[in-house]
Design a protein around this ligand. Structure first.
Ligand code: ADP
Length: 162
């Protein structure tokens, strides 16, 4: 079993400084991390898969031991297929807990060899969420301290600003 590789799955719609901080910290503890952009047909995304992958890649290019890819379908199927046994997720507040607990137990019920590792969001980024970024940007608020410049530009384009 490869114990040095982990996957960090998420929507990354769009990637924020919170996600980036989590990957930077996790990359210090694992040899290889796949940052995997999920495409779930039932979910509505602001950015399509290509846009999310591109922005995620651009903003993690400074970390050598990560690779950005994408998948659709079940996380456990993706992990089994690629022989990945460790999943990374972030916890920001108690509100994340219930959802993450259900997902972790559901996934482990389907694939018992899988372990889900949680990193606490660091204090400075713990309130940042992609949904808040989108909501604030849509209404003309300044999100420049929450997302990198190219993400801010992409949001401005989406919401027809400038
Ligand atoms: P999902 O739709 O799977 O929740 P997200 O892109 O919203 O995808 O989040 C992916 C992971 O990143 C989740 O584990 C989430 O808790 C974590 N995360 C999101 N924002 C932050 C943040 N500001 N700090 C740390 N972790 C975060």
């Amino acid at each position: 079993m490869d114990k040095r590789t982990a996957v960090y799955p998420g929507s990354f719609d769009p990637i924020t400084y919170g996600h980036i901080n989590l990957v930077e910290r996790a990359a210090e503890r694992f040899d290889k991390i796949y940052v995997s952009v999920m495409n779930n047909m039932q979910k509505y995304y602001l950015f399509d898969l290509d846009e999310r992958v591109k922005m995620t890649k651009q903003n993690l290019s400074h970390i050598p031991n990560i690779e950005v890819n994408s998948f659709s379908g079940l996380l456990v199927q993706y992990c089994k297929k690629n022989q990945i046994y460790t999943v990374l997720r972030g916890l920001r507040a108690v509100t994340d807990f219930e959802y993450e607990l259900q997902m972790a137990n559901g996934n482990r019920s389907l694939f018992p060899e899988l372990e889900i590792f949680f990193l606490m969001a660091d204090v400075a980024h713990s309130f940042i969420s992609s949904s808040m970024v989108k909501e604030v940007s849509k209404h003309g608020g300044d999100v420049s301290t929450w997302v990198p410049p190219n993400v801010e530009d992409a949001l401005n384009k989406k919401f027809n600003k400038h």
